[in-house]
Design a protein around this ligand. Structure first.
Ligand code: ATP
Length: 489
């Protein structure tokens, strides 16, 4: 369902109406490209984090997690290349004064060609753009925009400025005690979490007695002063990343790159989202640090877009940190090289990175789960909105609903919740008709609704309703916990 803007709008409204996502500081009309997660959203987000963290650290012997600070010594960003290279080529429309990222402007045009059935022309435009971007040929890019008569969406004109570079890092002041050589008190809000891992490479390796190949994982906030910050939580100025740097012996990076490319896609597919919603996009233009890179793209409501990046970063970062800090970033490999009969010895490891945006993953999961269903029968019109979230990710796992507010039914419901709340999140609701309560739980993505009725008092059984099939079955109260835990596994 590519480019379905109505569906996208419906998802955004749903997020707000049901407490998943609110615009930041909304009472002051919001802050562009910054969002707050509400009572349901923060649960879903946390569950996605836990799912990633568990699969990347707990289930593996050779990956450990850290939690580095957002502020880092400013030299970090000189060493990493972000001060000089973390730029996007931008172009302004003179009439509307609107600024565009050049690649987005051209990609938007290619999308239009594709929608009009002009697949070949679209592919050609993208290919030309990638070659020009790769060569940093800004004059060529501007010529392409003019030749193709690519227009500003606001003014509708083709009146463009020259293309310029724009740095995406936010900077702030750090008080008066820090003094770095030239820029004194300036510190950056990290634009990626990866550097917090690189500067701790030896701390973790030594204290954790890690042997190459091993990985360091981290989840945390990152900040980018994105110019074209639209599309809801797809492109934010403050967002969260889940990154893992995997340190390998030089020369083995290609094999590990292929390994992680496959592993990461498997992780996505294990959530039950069909493989047709994903595709790889191999990079032609490589970042300054990479010797191979690809994206895992997801079919968002606005089409296929990057969800996760897998990059073979060579020894670029560690080497740079060694040079700028004057501290050796080497690892001693005592394994014997069969070619020489001697240990591999000292080297700076190569790195494979997997980097996924938590917020983008949230949007991917949510947009796949969102379904508007027509349940009308010849007798009456009916519909529902349901979030078909995997049970492990749902904010609430089980709602317990007494049929009536009296006759001891609420007390039984409370007892059921008390017996399960230590294992998973439960929710109690006694207001409105059972049908309305079911609909509300469908809209929140709750996989199970348990109804306590008069028969419960007789035989300790309840009705459990399955969200997706809407089927109901009678089960003993004692079977509930196992049933829900099994669905979450
Ligand atoms: P894009 O091309 O979309 O700007 P990128 O290639 O700059 O993304 P990376 O630097 O590889 O992104 O970052 C890794 C991941 O972090 C991305 O795959 C994406 O999921 C997430 N990410 C990057 N920028 C943002 C943002 N502004 N808002 C939300 N998530 C982001």
């Amino acid at each position: 369902m590519a480019n379905d803007s109505n569906r996208f709008q419906a998802i955004i409204s749903h997020c707000k109406e049901y407490g998943f996502i609110f615009p930041s500081s909304e009472i002051y009309d919001g802050l562009q490209a910054v969002y707050d997660y509400g009572q349901m959203g923060s649960e879903l987000k946390k569950n996605i984090k836990d799912y990633w963290w568990k699969s990347m650290t707990q289930l593996r012997d050779n990956i450990v997690g850290i939690d580095a600070a957002i502020f880092m010594h400013p030299t970090t960003w000189k060493a990493s290349g972000h001060v000089d290279n973390f730029n996007d080529p931008m172009i302004d429309n003179r009439d509307s004064k609107k600024r565009y990222r050049v690649d987005h402007l051209i990609e938007g045009f290619a999308d239009e060609l594709r929608t009009a059935g002009n697949e070949n022309a679209a592919a050609q435009v993208i290919e030309t753009m990638e070659a020009l971007l790769g060569a940093d040929d800004f004059a060529g890019l501007k010529k392409l925009i003019e030749e193709k008569q690519i227009k500003c969406a606001v003014s509708g004109t083709c009146n463009w400025t020259d293309i310029r570079q724009f740095n995406l890092m936010f900077a702030t002041e750090f008080g008066s005690t820090v003094s770095t050589e030239d820029e004194d008190n300036k510190v950056y809000l990290r634009p990626e979490t990866a550097q917090g891992i690189f500067v701790n490479f030896l701390n973790v390796q030594k204290t954790g007695r890690m042997k190459v190949p091993f990985g360091i994982a981290q989840i945390g906030k990152a900040f980018r002063n994105e110019i074209v910050a639209r599309q809801f939580i797809f492109r934010m100025r403050e967002f969260e990343q889940m990154e893992m740097q995997f340190f390998v012996r030089p020369g083995t990076q290609q094999q590990w790159y292929e390994y992680w490319k496959e592993e990461r896609l498997k992780w996505h597919l294990a959530l039950g989202i069909p493989s047709s919603s994903y595709r790889y996009h191999d990079h032609v233009k490589l970042a300054h640090y990479a010797d191979a890179a690809c994206d895992i793209e997801f079919e968002f409501p606005m089409g296929f877009k990057e969800l996760e990046g897998i990059h073979s970063r060579t020894d670029f970062d560690l080497k740079q940190h060694q040079e700028f800090s004057k501290k050796k970033q080497q690892y001693f490999d005592n394994e014997v090289d069969p070619a020489t009969g001697k240990p591999y010895g000292n080297y700076i490891p190569y790195v494979i990175e997997t980097s996924i945006g938590l917020d983008r993953m949230f949007l991917a999961v949510l947009s796949h789960a969102y379904e508007e269903q027509d349940l009308s029968t010849p007798e009456k019109t009916d519909s529902r909105v349901v979030l078909k979230l995997p049970a492990a990710l749902s904010p609430i796992k089980m709602a317990v609903l007494p049929l009536n507010k009296k006759d001891g039914l609420p007390e039984i419901a409370e007892e059921i919740i008390a017996s399960c709340r230590n294992d998973f999140r439960c929710f109690y609701e006694e207001k409105d008709s059972i049908g309305k309560r079911y609909r509300r739980m469908d809209a929140l993505g709750t996989p199970f609704c348990v109804t306590v009725d008069y028969q419960t008092k007789e035989d300790q059984t309840v009705t459990i309703r399955h969200r997706d099939s809407m089927e109901q079955e009678r089960v003993p109260i004692t079977a509930l916990k196992e049933l829900v835990l099994k669905a979450m596994a």
